[in-house]
Design a protein around this ligand. Sequence first.
Ligand code: SAH
Length: 287
Amino acid sequence: MSSKKPFPLPLSSVIDKSSGTQSQGTKSFRVATPQTATQNAAHSLANTARQKTLPVQPRPVVLIPQELPEQGGSLVSAAVRKAMVARVASQGVKDQVVLAALDAIPRHLFVQPGLASQAYIDASLPIGHHQTISQPYIVARMIEVMRNNSRGGVLNQVLEIGTGCGYQAAVLSRVAKEVYSIERIKPLHELAKQNLRPLRIANIRLHYGDGMLGLEQVAPFDGIILAAAGMEVPQTLLAQLAIGGRLVAPVGDRRQMLHLIERVSQSEWVSSTLEECHFVPLRPGTI
Ligand code: SAH
């Protein structure tokens, strides 16, 4: 049972529940087994083998033509995106709202034109400035965990730290009323604006700044997702979570684990460790 702790508190003192099936009060939720990009790839290969006996499974890896038009409506990209969504589902993401959001966002519009043919492979890809667009599986997984709250998945305001090319913000716009996303690298902030403009998404607010400081003027948030890994979760962000809100973040250096921290009262946060992951580093300041 968790004990009450006054705020502020170091992350190390946040109650840490071990991996496995978690239970919080009367509610319990499933936590995926450790999974890395490599394991995901192995999983996809296993599915390929299984397809021989299960023809209903979609093909795990489908490339789209290089000459894909820069429009979201292409039949080809819609088909390969469906295959991507099916693959993410086969890796354990069950939330249909999240899977539908993944299906709705044309990921190929967020990658460099030369990489468009790889846009629907389950991998992170370079977006410049030593940063990456996150792997579709982990984007879906983090949003699924954030949505699994005590309010049946209702999310009014959510905050993303690390906009990058803007892909996850676009997916989030389908599951939350208002999405705020902060990026510390100016050219990437501009890139995200450019990528999102043609999609005309009305409920995303992009900010250029240090996401470790959060957005005090907008807080509290029902959900916070960090798309970059620090050695600990900034306390400022914990303080900007609404009661009942969930923060999902990779934590670590070379070996990273996905953490879920739920704010259960004014002065109490409950933390659990979910699965292995790989993110670019969370860095302070702006460039
Ligand atoms: N959300 C992106 C992933 C971007 S990669 C997607 O949809 O695929 C992570 C991003 O976090 C990088 O662009 C990096 O510059 C940014 N980042 C790292 N530390 C940050 C900080 N303190 N504040 C804001 N952004 C940060």
